[in-house]
Ligand binder design. Structure first.
Ligand SMILES: [Zn+2]
Length: 501
């Protein structure tokens, strides 16, 4: 390198949107930097300017392209010139990262206002400035935080509004319940307090135009902001907000009780007290009914209710609805004669299946026999000199794979075919058809729920004190019809003995 060799510099200037100070404006910075370069007799290769970007990150577009440019022209560029070190980076680590990158390209950093150089003193100055830049940045953040904490302690919400609220303006409350979403949040709390599964709540909210994930819903149900409180644990803030609550403290407590009383909400749903919840729908609005405990004077009674707010189509003591349902089952059950017919049909269907299976099995057996014989013939043909060994092996492989397939089919059928399960199944099916009310009364929650679904696959409706006209399972309908028509009917799935098909 000779003294006469031309040296090149790139200039980087930056102004953030908040900085209105005149002497820091872009033209000023550029003027200062180019003047400095002239003084040093450096040619300016390019000027990079970032406008109004955040001071916080190195993720500024022009800074990035400046660094790329430097790397690309590392042999040509000698200096990066900035007005002040804090133009380059406020954070010390950013600063060092940029410095490291530049020095790996053997490019030196110069600050017009801070007169840094590569002497030990210059280096010391440089890191001092970088540290000051960082301190300044931190203080700015701290100032913001202090202001925020003060506002929060005064009950003003300073973050983006949570779902269900909109931002308010001073001097009014800092939040307003969103006229559309606020009621949906309340609905979510009400459903959760009834023990509605969270997935159902998510579905209902979505149907009403509010999309939340199950995780978000869970956060909402735990967020005290909805009772009008501001709670920020990391700053030890817990105070009354200056805004209106969306849910009452009682409702919030009820939901919290459910969320925290071990297990999930859905786990609590299936309670012995409420076998008919969800299965019975409110005839007035179509919503499935829910179960909850009344707040009686001396003790709590289980109640079924329509869960839709303001509907009131169903509100009945659980034991009364249970009794009505037992009566309903008694009315739809098959009499003795029909039950006998039912059993006959089931037996027929079963033996038909059995015949089918026997047929398939014998077909598979004869196929296996044939394949075995074919193998023997192939070997004979080879031994008698008709086939060479290669041909024989190829043919044998083909036969073998077919044989394996047939064997697998046969194993499958044998493994599925239980030894005469029909009698037990038929007996049970007949009991379901003839004495469903008894089975329901005797059954536990699981048995009850299965049975009611078997008899009324589409559920039933209820209003006031009466069940609506419910569609019974096809078995009941068809058997009743068949009595008049004397027609042969096919039993529905669920009553059929399970067989391979
Ligand atoms: Zn209703």
């Amino acid at each position: 390198m000779t003294a006469l060799q031309e040296e090149f510099a790139v200039i980087y200037v930056r102004v953030s949107s908040k900085e209105q100070t005149k002497n820091l404006s872009i033209p000023t910075q550029i003027r200062q930097c180019t003047g400095y370069c002239e003084q040093q007799r450096w040619s300016v290769a390019r000027i990079f300017q970032d406008l109004g970007e955040s001071a916080k990150t190195t993720n500024r577009p022009e800074l990035q392209s400046m660094l790329r440019f430097c790397r690309k022209h590392r042999r040509k560029i000698n200096f990066v010139v900035v007005y002040a070190i804090n133009r380059l980076a406020r954070q010390t680590h950013d600063h060092h990262a940029i410095r490291a990158m530049l020095s790996s390209c053997e490019i030196k950093l110069r600050s017009v206002s801070e007169m840094i150089d590569d002497s030990p003193r210059g280096q010391y100055m440089e890191s001092t400035f970088a540290a000051m830049a960082q301190l300044d940045n931190d203080l700015r953040a701290e100032r913001t935080t202090i202001g925020m904490k003060a506002a929060l302690r005064m009950g003003r919400w300073t973050f983006p509004p949570p779902t269900g609220y909109t931002n308010g303006q001073k001097p009014g409350p800092s939040l307003h319940p969103d006229p559309e979403r606020g009621p949906l949040i309340r609905l979510a709390f009400e459903m959760a307090s009834d023990g509605t599964p969270q997935m159902d709540i998510v579905g209902r909210l979505s149907a009403l135009g509010l999309n939340v994930t199950p995780t978000t819903l869970n956060k909402i149900l735990r967020n005290e902001i909805y009772v009008g409180k501001i709670v920020v644990p990391k700053w030890a803030i817990n105070c009354q907000g200056d805004f209106e609550a969306i849910v009452s403290p009682t409702l919030f407590a009820a939901v919290r009780h459910r969320l925290f009383s071990g297990g999930s909400v859905s786990h609590l749903l299936d309670r012995e007290e409420f076998p008919l919840r969800r299965f019975v729908r409110c005839e007035q609005c179509g919503d499935p009914i829910t179960g909850s405990f009344s707040t009686g004077r001396s003790r709590k009674y289980p109640y079924y209710r329509c869960r839709r707010r303001g509907c009131g189509g169903v509100s009945i003591r659980a034991e009364n609805l249970d009794l009505s349902f037992i009566n309903l089952l008694r009315r739809v059950r098959l009499d003795e004669q029909l039950t006998k017919l039912f059993a006959e049909i089931l037996r027929d269907a079963h033996s038909e299946r059995q015949r089918g299976i026997t047929e398939i099995r014998s077909r598979l057996h004869s196929r296996l026999d044939k394949l075995q014989k074919h193998e023997d013939r192939l070997v004979d043909a080879h031994l008698s000199g008709t086939f060479d060994e290669r041909t024989m092996k190829r043919q044998l492989e083909r036969v073998a794979s077919e044989r394996i397939e047939a064997q697998i089919d046969l194993d499958l059928i044998d493994s599925r075919d239980e030894t005469n399960p029909s009698d037990r199944q038929i007996e049970l099916a007949c009991r379901v058809a003839s004495v469903p009310h008894q089975l329901w009364e005797e059954g536990n929650l699981e048995a009850r729920q299965k049975l009611q679904k078997l008899v009324f696959p589409n559920g039933v409706t209820f209003k006031g004190t009466k069940f609506g006209t419910a569609e019974t399972s096809i078995v009941f309908n068809l058997l009743r019809d068949s009595r008049s028509k004397k027609e042969r009917v096919v039993p529905l799935r669920g009553f059929e003995p399970r067989l391979p098909g």
